[in-house]
Design a binder for this molecule. Sequence first.
Ligand code: PLP
Length: 439
Amino acid sequence: MRETIEGLVSRIKSLNRRTLLLSGGGLALAGGIAAKRPAKEGGAHDPYFLQLQSAVKNAGLARPSLVIDRERLSRNITTLKSHLGARMGYRIVAKSLPSIPLLAHVMKEADTNRLMVFHQPFLNAVATGFPKADVLLGKPMPVAAAARFYDHLGPTSFDPAAQLQWLIDTPERLDEYKALANARGLPMRLNLELDVGLHRGGFSDPSTLRPLLERIDADPLLTFSGFMGYDPHLAGVPDLMGWQESAFEGSTALYKAFIAEAAAHYGEAWAPHTMTFNTAGSPTYQMHDATTHATEIAVGSALVKPTHFDVPTLADHVPASFITTPVLKVSDPTKLPVLEGLSGPTRLWDRNTQRTFFIYGGHWLAEPVSPPGLRPNGFFGRSSNQEMLNGSDLINLQPDDYVILRPEQSEFVFLQFGDIAVLEDGAIVDSWPVFSSGA
Ligand SMILES: Cc1ncc(COP(=O)(O)O)c(C=O)c1O
């Protein structure tokens, strides 16, 4: 791994020069340090990123912008569909694609009206923007947030009684929703969160199910609508000695035990085709190619593939979202405030700190990807205003050229740039507003 500037400075500080010169070990140590000298990296934008740079320049986007490549997005949707088993449905994770036009695009191409929503203001936006959507909550909302959803439901044909499933994780929350339903005379569909191994809450013991179902059945306003068992932990289990397979089998067995318990409870009245049995997420959905107990998978991030989703289980997905931002200033050679005296040795040691580029904005949850070899400076610190990036003299950026980054995740990062710029055939062809986080 490349030695950091901070590492080098502490190394230099800890060396007693005299001791070094006098001792025979000094030469060996110097040789050892030289061998650790970071390799010089860097280069120019490749043709894809050059084209992306031209597209945002031509569109006049001389500010940080979030760009989605529509052709790559479509490729990811096709890939996802190719993994769906014959009866497996697809629910789009709205928080990871937080824009009505983006969701509309995915709903059309993936041919689904199912959305998973995680935030009350987004839920209201979805109910207005997609009156025909089928919505499942991805996390249990405080009952006051549920009440606010109904309070702020504007004019829409979206019918929460038929098109919305609230998520319930504890008996106490069930009682709260029951109280809200009865106070307002609201019919509600309730989906139960299962803990299939993630241990982020939900029900984990099938023997506790019947009393819950009895409570739901006893209230004419409430309907049991299925289960949600999210399993991203499975992707983190090493694919060694059958560990991953046995973890997968364990989580499947638990899910099936809940379904069997519900079937036994309802007997002849059991209507599994009316149920939503949701599972998976981006890192695990491809493990469910042959799954039959679940009726649908929930995936969002894999369609734009931020860097956190550079995982073996998503090897056939391509990055489809980028941040583009102009270079404001180029400073040669790199000079560090107060530590000017150290800047020379630092540059000598790590040639990847030879040049400095200050970019428009910065400090996002994102990683610079083009030109290659750029990185933030640990001494200078991060900046949301004008971030310092360093690189070698192989990087020939000038003011008004662009640096391109990849978001680490989409759900928060996508909300930070205003409208999403849509790239197609080498040009920005559309502009997609993102969700407002709180109206
Ligand atoms: C309940 C649930 N399902 C599915 C997902 C998958 O979302 P993504 O595909 O964007 O990782 C998440 C992510 O947080 C989740 O919480």
